[in-house]
Design a binder for this molecule. Structure first.
Ligand SMILES: [Zn+2]
Ligand SMILES: [Zn+2]
Ligand SMILES: [Zn+2]
Ligand SMILES: [Zn+2]
Ligand SMILES: [Zn+2]
Ligand SMILES: [Zn+2]
Length: 376
């Protein structure tokens, strides 16, 4: 078992790499470069137009093109922009989440806008405004409908229950299913080509089932999202940890917390034989549920986890995600879940078979790793 001195020593070894255990973040900010690009592994200069998250994950200018195009082409799934490594939201000038006065000072940080060319910037700003609109300006009985193919949007009453939307932007005019976001064919105004119309009607009818399952689909999506993101217990801003220890410092509100059990430092069960957040790690193998390991790879011996921190982090999120999916499956019933998968391939695309969801969610760490959260 690790004693206090050992814990400090282990900590020191990892400190150079650590992003959450203090000092390292300051140390890197003084450096000339931002480290390696997550795409091509080239060194990223600090003064260049790189995309950087608050945990200093960087994407160099030449690699950022693909990332930016993906955001602009699929805003439905990619806004607000997030770090592809840790899922922390990237700095943007317009954001609905935090009041301007409470926002961290962005002047010294790179905002994503800096990396865009003029036409990308125009499109990005349009999309962000729509996003801010959607999250802040719509009332409870209103919903924002966004064209999946261009920046066009409209706000409608929820009670409309609109299955389809037809884009009104002159250079788009596409019709889409508001649930699966796929394009749907449009009928000729005067039904001239009857055979063609019959085929189109058939295609449109397939989307009636989308509308009927839209609430359930949202639940599954929510479970997947909750599995990947672990919110700060104080401010609720989600982030995904990288391969360091389970001690977290929230980059938004500065709270110290435990990634394993999800509790704030003041609520952690601690040994009197040690200090600070480290006291929460003393004697964890015999007191799991109260105390937590400082490194996920320490579970290798007691719980048959991998030896590699990255693989352990993946394991953590697999158990967490499967447990949330199980909650949804229990609520909706397995027949409804199979129908959902048939219509949207939502389980298939998630990388979990129903069998795996059963197995992983009955892992003995499942109840710890979900932090008592329920999929709403
Ligand atoms: Zn690169
Ligand atoms: Zn990151
Ligand atoms: Zn459109
Ligand atoms: Zn559909
Ligand atoms: Zn926080
Ligand atoms: Zn803990």
């Amino acid at each position: 078992m690790l004693e206090h001195e050992d814990v400090i020593a282990v900590h020191k070894v990892f400190e150079v790499k650590s992003s959450v255990c203090g000092r390292a973040a300051n140390a890197t900010s003084k450096k000339e470069t931002l480290g390696e690009c997550m795409g091509c592994a080239e060194v990223v200069p600090r003064d260049g137009k790189a995309i950087v998250c608050m945990q200093s994950h960087a994407i160099c200018q030449s690699c950022s093109g693909t990332y930016i195009n993906n955001i602009l082409e699929n805003p439905e799934y990619n806004l607000p922009p997030k770090c592809p490594i840790c899922s922390l939201e990237l700095n943007v000038k317009v954001s609905p989440h935090v009041a301007p006065s409470a926002r961290p000072d962005l002047t010294h940080l790179q905002t994503i806008e800096r990396c865009l060319n003029p036409s990308q910037l125009e499109r990005f700003e349009n999309l962000m405004l729509v996003y801010v609109f959607a999250t802040t300006l719509t009332t409870e009985d209103e919903k924002l409908f966004r064209c999946p193919f261009c920046p066009y949007f409209e706000i409608r009453a929820m009670s409309d229950g609109a299955m389809f939307m037809r884009c009104q932007a002159v250079n788009c005019m596409k019709a889409s299913c508001t649930t699966c976001k796929l394009e749907v064919p449009q009928l000729d105004a005067n039904y001239q080509h009857r055979r063609q119309s019959a085929r189109k009607l058939g295609e449109i009818e397939k989307h009636y089932a989308c509308a009927q399952m839209s609430v359930q689909k949202h639940k599954v999506e929510r479970a997947l999202e909750m599995g990947l993101n672990v919110p700060c217990p104080s401010c609720g801003i989600s982030g995904m940890k990288d391969d360091n220890c389970t001690h977290m410092r929230c980059l938004n509100c500065n709270e110290f917390w435990c990634y394993f059990c999800g509790k704030r430092e003041q609520d952690l069960n601690k040994s009197s034989t040690s200090h600070g957040i480290w006291a929460h790690n003393v004697g964890w193998p015999n007191r799991l549920g109260e105390r937590c390991p400082m490194y996920l790879s320490q579970l290798h011996e007691t719980h048959d986890w991998p030896t590699d921190e990255d693989a352990c982090l993946a394991m953590y999120h697999r158990i967490r995600t499967a447990s949330f999916l199980k909650q949804v499956m229990d609520e909706l019933g397995s027949e409804a879940c199979e129908q959902l998968d048939e219509q949207f391939s939502i389980f298939k695309a998630s990388g979990f078979s129903f069998q795996e969801i059963q197995e992983l969610s009955s892992n003995r760490l499942s109840s710890i790793l979900t932090h008592g959260s329920k999929v709403e």
